[in-house]
Design a binder for this molecule. Structure first.
Ligand SMILES: O=C(CO)COP(=O)(O)O
Length: 136
């Protein structure tokens, strides 16, 4: 599965802790991240992650493009709901695309943990069937 890991600045430590805790699951998948999030997770966990641009510079949009192309299976995006983001339209667009394409989106650690357990138990295997089946 292709999994995106993204966190706003005040949630960076949370996503690092999450990646450390679930490294044994995450390392079995292809990981993608916005620039700074990916750099920090790789430094702290050793996980191999394809890094896009930093979020404010277009990284959310790059991950959004993967979603639009049916190339992303899950998005874990620890948003900071208490801090205004300069690229709020990009954040909203990414969340919207998850809903447009029915991609599982966890916006906090509680839901992300459930997703990871679901991943381990094959709850997202339907994505393997959906891959390659683009709807226009
Ligand atoms: O801003 C972000 C998501 O909207 C995250 O970007 P960085 O991982 O580059 O900090």
């Amino acid at each position: 599965m292709n999994i995106a890991l993204i966190a706003h600045d005040k949630k960076k430590q949370t996503i690092i802790n999450f990646a450390l805790a679930y490294k044994h699951v995450l390392e079995k998948h292809q990981l993608f991240a916005t620039g700074t999030t990916g750099k920090l997770i790789t430094e702290e966990t050793g996980l191999a992650i394809h890094r896009f641009l930093s979020g404010p510079l277009g990284g959310d949009q790059q991950i959004g493009a993967m979603i639009a192309n049916n190339e992303m299976d899950m998005v874990i995006f620890f948003r900071d709901p208490l801090t205004a983001q300069p690229h709020e339209p990009d954040v909203s667009a990414l969340i919207r695309l998850c809903d447009v394409h029915q991609i599982p989106l966890a916006t906090n650690i509680s839901s992300a943990e459930i997703f990871i357990h679901g991943l381990e138990h094959g709850s997202l295997d339907w994505r393997k069937i959906m891959k390659g089946k683009k709807e226009y």
